[in-house]
Design a protein around this ligand. Structure first.
Ligand SMILES: CCCCCCCC/C=C\CCCCCCCC(=O)SCCNC(=O)CCNC(=O)[C@H](O)C(C)(C)COP(=O)(O)OP(=O)(O)OC[C@H]1O[C@@H](n2cnc3c(N)ncnc32)[C@H](O)[C@@H]1OP(=O)(O)O
Ligand SMILES: Cc1cc2nc3c(=O)[nH]c(=O)nc-3n(C[C@H](O)[C@H](O)[C@H](O)COP(=O)(O)OP(=O)(O)OC[C@H]3O[C@@H](n4cnc5c(N)ncnc54)[C@H](O)[C@@H]3O)c2cc1C
Length: 660
């Protein structure tokens, strides 16, 4: 029985067409759908018991799943794209993520042709397993502060990898602890006693025969992390070197080369390319944000339609909690954000592919913008998603706290995204630096791409909003101009404040909080703009574009309402105009309401992937919750182990003293 069928009948758009819009294309939809079903129908990928497993059992279970996934990739001759979808739907962090997601890209981006030829075939056949060993116990954000050394020895034509201090121990790399045979290790290059910057080195860590650590290498797991199951399926590791020697040609040498004689040669590739793998991964993290948020929203939306509380008259049905305006005002902006992040990630991927092509042709002019966009959008979307998942838990009331709701594990697995691949505040400060530079160059350099609006800064500083009515806000020009003006005015005001400092670095440090706010407003502008640009495209299917339009306005006007202080303080909006935007938002929520279930169905998630009783497609929540309780190991017997030893004596003593 489908308890949500009435809800499904209410929608006024073509759900199948929306699934295609969400996926990006019909081909992408079919591919994703095939992989989702393949995983959902395979018992090896069962995951309900995961949060109850002890660490060793948990990791072994992950290894079993990874091996099975690899066998499927080989046996079914899956393409790289199919393998990525397979990985997504298996839904279990594993050492393979870092192997495919960072080790291989690091060699591809920073290795010479010769190095790529040697290492990539081995890695792609998984004859070696690699990880990305950058962060240390003492430094993560400050990459130039890393302490591991790679000292060149001209006599033997080797680098000596060494961990000189406790804080130089590599700490955190995923896949390092127990599985990796190799790592790209970031270390201080020292030649002739001189420091020549941090570089990547391919280092073998374990024997390919018996997997034992090689001489001079100490390696292990760093211990349990937040939550049950969750990211504990990953062997984040610690690594120390005691004068470990590697051949010279294992330094990744696309950026700088060290010759046999100990000469440093700089290619015309900028030094920042050493950070290139992070640009790539940050871009994939934005796409992951839309997946994680849409999952949480799917659970909370379906459950909000099932759950009834208060409002019964004459014994009739109570009100579905999704009909409360407060529930809508918390849920629908998250639903809209999931779509907004999906579309901005699509755009970011195309920006990244363009930059990648240029980099391959040794054209580096667009790298700073790619860095600012990937860093900023990674920060913006992961912060909103982590907060959004927790909000979805609250939207599900008490049952959201049960592991069987799927939300606790989703939250636990997701929140480190705010930290890994760059702490979100540190990344926003990078965006701020880029914006300050853009503003300071306005006189002689025309801003392009995502900062093109800064070129119209004079008019953006003068013109105020012309919106007169709530309907007036349903106008892309009016909304985009509001976000542009706010970002430009905040940036200019900050630049003026900065100019008051004699030392720009001192000013930057002092004004960091304001600078982060400027960066956030710039990134929100990008997301809003890209959503409107998406709507300019041909989007087939009855009512699909109209529904997306509603979501786009919900996203933008929700942000405008949330940050109305900025819009008012910059003088672009009057309080009246801000309240008209809020009135429009209420109307938009009423438009979303009948389509809410169809909008989450359009994600096309299987019950396996959702992993949530509250988010079941059929809405059959209560019987399944009740059933699941009895599957808990505590309910294997009526009298629990430990009762006779620890509880009964207390009870007996009470009885005894009660008699007295
Ligand atoms: C077939 C199956 C496939 C399956 C696929 C599965 C996929 C799954 C994928 C993935 C799973 C994900 C699982 C999680 C993984 C987590 C991994 C990690 O966490 S790895 C560690 C990350 N570590 C950080 O991110 C450190 C953060 N710190 C930094 O990035 C930098 O140090 C930073 C940005 C803070 C800069 O530091 P400064 O201020 O000291 O600057 P200076 O290093 O001197 O560089 C200055 C110049 O370089 C530019 N710059 C900095 N970073 C750049 C970059 N990345 N690209 C380009 N330019 C950059 C700056 O804009 C600046 O430019 P101007 O001089 O102003 O022009
Ligand atoms: C689950 C997980 C997986 C990871 N996987 C890997 C991996 O595979 N490989 C790898 O190399 N690393 C990995 N990391 C490490 C990760 O990349 C770092 O933890 C991350 O870059 C943050 O650095 P940090 O820990 O040094 O934080 P810190 O920089 O010490 O941050 C602590 C606080 O200081 C603030 N702060 C720091 N610098 C500044 C500044 N300049 N201005 C203002 N505030 C500042 C931050 O905002 C934060 O609030 C992983 C981490 C986690 C949690």
């Amino acid at each position: 029985m489908d308890y949500l069928s009435d809800e499904r009948k209410k929608s006024d758009f073509d759900v199948e067409a929306m699934k295609v819009a969400w996926a990006g294309s019909i081909q992408e939809f079919q591919l994703s759908d095939r992989m989702a079903k393949l995983v959902a129908n395979d018992p090896v990928f069962e995951k309900f018991t995961r949060p109850m497993l002890g660490r060793k059992e948990l990791l072994k279970n992950t290894l079993r799943k990874s091996a099975h996934a690899w066998k499927l990739i080989i046996d079914l001759r899956l393409s790289e794209e199919e393998a990525k979808w397979l990985r997504l739907y298996v839904d279990e962090p594993a050492y393979t993520d870092l192997h495919w997601g960072m080790f291989i890209p690091a060699i591809e981006g920073q290795g010479t042709e010769e190095q790529k030829k040697k290492w990539l075939p081995l890695a792609k056949k998984m004859q070696i397993i690699g990880c990305y060993a950058q962060t240390e116990l003492g430094h993560g954000s400050n990459v130039q502060g890393l302490e591991t050394t790679a000292t060149f020895d001209t006599r033997t034509d080797e680098f000596i990898m060494h961990s000189p201090t406790l804080t130089s121990s590599k700490w955190w790399p995923g896949g390092l602890g127990k599985l990796s045979t190799h790592a790209v290790v970031y270390a201080r290059l020292i030649v002739g006693g001189q420091f020549h910057g941090v570089h990547g080195f391919i280092v073998q860590l374990r024997s390919l025969e018996d997997h034992s650590p090689l001489p001079g290498i100490t390696v292990g797991d760093i211990g349990l992390k937040f939550g049950n199951g969750a990211y504990n399926t990953m062997d984040n590791g610690v690594l120390r070197f005691d004068h470990v020697r590697i051949p010279r040609n294992q330094m990744l040498m696309r950026v700088s080369q060290v010759t046999k004689e100990g000469k440093i040669m700089q290619s015309d590739v900028p030094r920042q390319l050493i950070y290139g793998t992070m640009v790539y991964v940050r871009q994939t993290i934005v796409a992951d944000a839309s997946k994680a948020l849409s999952r949480a929203v799917c659970i909370a939306t379906r459950y909000s339609a099932v759950r009834r509380q208060f409002g019964s008259r004459d014994g009739g049905p109570e009100t579905q909690v999704i009909d409360y305006k407060t529930q809508q005002s918390r849920l629908f902006p998250l639903l809209a954000s999931a779509y907004a992040f999906r579309f901005v990630s699509e755009w970011l991927k195309s920006l990244y592919l363009d930059v990648k092509q240029r980099l391959e042709a040794n054209e580096f002019s667009t790298l700073p913008e790619a860095h600012a966009c990937t860093a900023g959008l990674k920060s913006l979307t992961t912060t909103a998603t982590a907060d959004g998942i927790e909000e979805c838990r609250k939207l599900c009331g008490g049952h959201g706290y049960l592991v069987s709701s799927g939300l606790p594990e989703l939250f636990a697995v997701y929140i480190p995204a705010c930290t890994y691949e760059g702490d979100n505040v540190v990344l926003m400060l990078q965006v701020a630096r880029f914006l300050v530079k853009t503003v300071s160059e306005l006189g002689h350099k025309k801003p392009v791409g995502t900062t093109a609006y800064m070129g119209r800064v004079a008019s953006l500083m003068q013109k105020n909003s012309a919106v007169q009515t709530a309907e007036g806000w349903l106008n892309p020009g009016a909304v985009v101009e509001a976000f542009e003006s706010r970002a430009a005015r905040m940036a200019v005001r900050c630049a003026q404040e900065l100019a008051k400092f004699g030392n720009p670095e001192e000013g930057f440090a002092e004004l960091a909080v304001d600078l982060v706010e400027v960066a956030v407003s710039h990134c929100q502008l990008i997301v809003v703009t890209k959503f409107f640009e998406k709507l300019q495209q041909d989007i087939p299917g009855k009512g699909v574009k109209e529904s997306l339009e509603v979501l786009c306005y919900v996203y933008a006007l929700f942000l405008l309402h949330k940050h109305q202080g900025d819009f008012l303080a910059t003088g672009y909006l009057t309080p009246k105009q801000a309240s008209l935007a809020n009135a429009q938002l209420r109307t938009l929520y009423s438009k979303v309401r009948p389509n809410a279930i169809a909008l989450v169905d359009s994600f096309s998630y299987t019950d396996h992937y959702l992993g949530s009783i509250l988010g079941r497609y059929d809405g059959n929540v209560y019987p399944k919750l009740y059933e699941a309780a009895w599957e808990d190991p505590l309910n294997d017997s009526d009298v629990i182990d430990g009762f006779h030893q620890y509880v009964q004596p207390i009870l007996k003593q009470r009885l005894h003293s009660a008699k007295l």
